[in-house]
Design a binder for this molecule. Structure first.
Ligand SMILES: Cc1cc2nc3c(=O)[nH]c(=O)nc-3n(C[C@H](O)[C@H](O)[C@H](O)COP(=O)(O)OP(=O)(O)OC[C@H]3O[C@@H](n4cnc5c(N)ncnc54)[C@H](O)[C@@H]3O)c2cc1C
Length: 375
């Protein structure tokens, strides 16, 4: 039987960061994944992820974002690879809407630098953008995107360099608590660990079903369109953008390579019963909604679709994460239900889970993400 201090089940976005932080701290760690991360079967693929600090979802995330920015920066320093691209993030919406009101609240509570634009200023400041009628804009300059696969690979490389054992294409079939330890059953062996970290993404429903918090898996789509305009490029300093319209919230990235401009719809999504049911087939209604959005608000963009991918959100009832220690198993720590906005936090969540496993506590303010809010 293989033994270790900490086993990490799922080494995608969060788990890759957890194994690296654990290994750097000197723990003997085994990271296991049913696929070979970075891969395209879960929630951490599709080239890029938005990162921003003035967080419209809730101001309580801001301290965790400071930790996340710091840790991504450290990872860049130690690997010598650029992972974060500070293009700025432009958010547009009604003044009293979820996005603008929430962003202003976070910026004010945490004294974050933002620039505000009236409806009339938007086309002048951001050529090629047609704002929804009467909406306003906020630009956060220290925000942008992360290269999602490179981040995971960088953390896995760092974990290996610090002595972690990585087992890929190795699904954990079950885990059980045996006294003060955990036993994990894979297809070929049993692994015994003093502490267990579960970061199963869309498989959390199976892996930590006994948390008893309903999580909905949504199939989501990403689209890349050809860009023959000089607008919408990173070269032309076009930012990442997120626009709240009466037909939903859409976001996208400036073009930086031959694949074009990536776009997606943030709200909506098709519920699926289990992660295994993720299919890459097209959702015609979703694509039409995205193309209606671009025709209205990014009119210079070509209508030629060059690439498409499907991915999964794992959504909790209040769209906030579940992070902490299992109420019935003190040695089991988890990050689950990241609700379609978790990747930017992976570098912080990995460190938090590592601290919980090694010391039983964390100084990071994660109380608002506790599952106790559902009991
Ligand atoms: C289309 C889309 C756009 C998004 N955009 C953003 C964004 O702009 N910004 C942002 O911050 N977030 C964004 N998100 C959300 C973010 O990507 C996710 O919250 C985050 O990547 C989830 O990380 P994870 O580690 O929980 O899951 P994953 O990265 O999917 O990792 C889970 C891992 O667990 C493994 N696993 C599962 N079961 C087992 C088992 N039994 N045994 C072994 N291994 C197992 C899986 O193979 C997988 O590798 C987006 C998500 C999607 C789908």
């Amino acid at each position: 039987m293989l033994t270790c201090d900490v086993a990490v089940v799922g080494i995608g976005g969060v788990g890759s960061a957890a194994v690296a932080h654990l290994a750097k701290a000197g723990a003997s760690v085994i990271g296991l994944d049913r696929f070979s991360p970075p891969h395209t079967h879960g929630s951490s693929h599709g080239q890029t992820r938005v990162i921003r600090m003035a967080y419209f979802e809730h101001p309580d995330y801001v301290p965790l974002l400071r930790q996340a920015y710091r840790n991504w920066h450290d990872l860049e320093q130690t690997t010598g690879k650029q992972l974060y691209f500070p293009t700025g993030v432009l958010q547009i919406g009604p003044e009293s809407g979820e996005v603008i009101a929430g962003t202003l609240r976070s910026a004010q509570e945490h004294q974050l630098a933002i620039e505000c634009y009236a409806y009339e200023d938007i086309p002048r400041e951001f050529p090629g953008v047609v704002s929804p009628e009467g909406c306003v804009g906020i630009l956060e300059k220290d925000a942008g995107y992360l290269l999602v696969a490179d981040c995971i690979q960088a953390y896995l490389d760092q974990a290996t360099q610090h002595g972690a054992t990585i087992k890929t294409n190795c699904p954990v079939q079950s885990w059980s608590r045996v006294g003060d330890t955990f036993e994990l059953q894979t297809d070929s062996e049993v692994i015994q660990a003093k502490q267990l970290i579960v970061c199963g993404g869309a498989w959390a429903k199976q892996l930590v079903a006994d948390l008893n918090v309903p999580m909905t898996i949504l199939r989501k789509h990403l689209y890349w369109y050809e860009n023959d305009a000089s607008a919408y490029t990173r070269e032309a300093s076009f930012p990442v953008f997120l626009i709240e319209t009466t037909q939903g919230i859409y976001y996208g990235f400036p073009q930086f390579d031959s694949q074009g401009v990536k776009l997606a719809r943030h709200d909506g999504g098709e519920p699926i019963a289990a992660a295994e049911q993720l299919s890459s087939s097209e959702d015609a209604a979703d694509r039409q909604a995205v193309e209606n959005f671009t025709a209205r608000h990014l009119p210079l963009l070509s209508k030629k679709l060059v690439h498409r991918e499907a991915c999964m959100y794992t959504v909790t009832p209040d769209h906030h994460f579940l992070v902490g220690t299992h109420p019935e198993h003190p040695g089991l720590h988890f990050a689950a239900g990241l609700s379609g906005h978790g990747f930017k936090f992976a570098s912080a969540l990995g460190e938090i889970l590592s601290d919980l496993a090694i010391t039983g506590q964390t100084t990071s303010p994660i109380g608002f993400l506790s599952i106790r809010r559902f009991s």
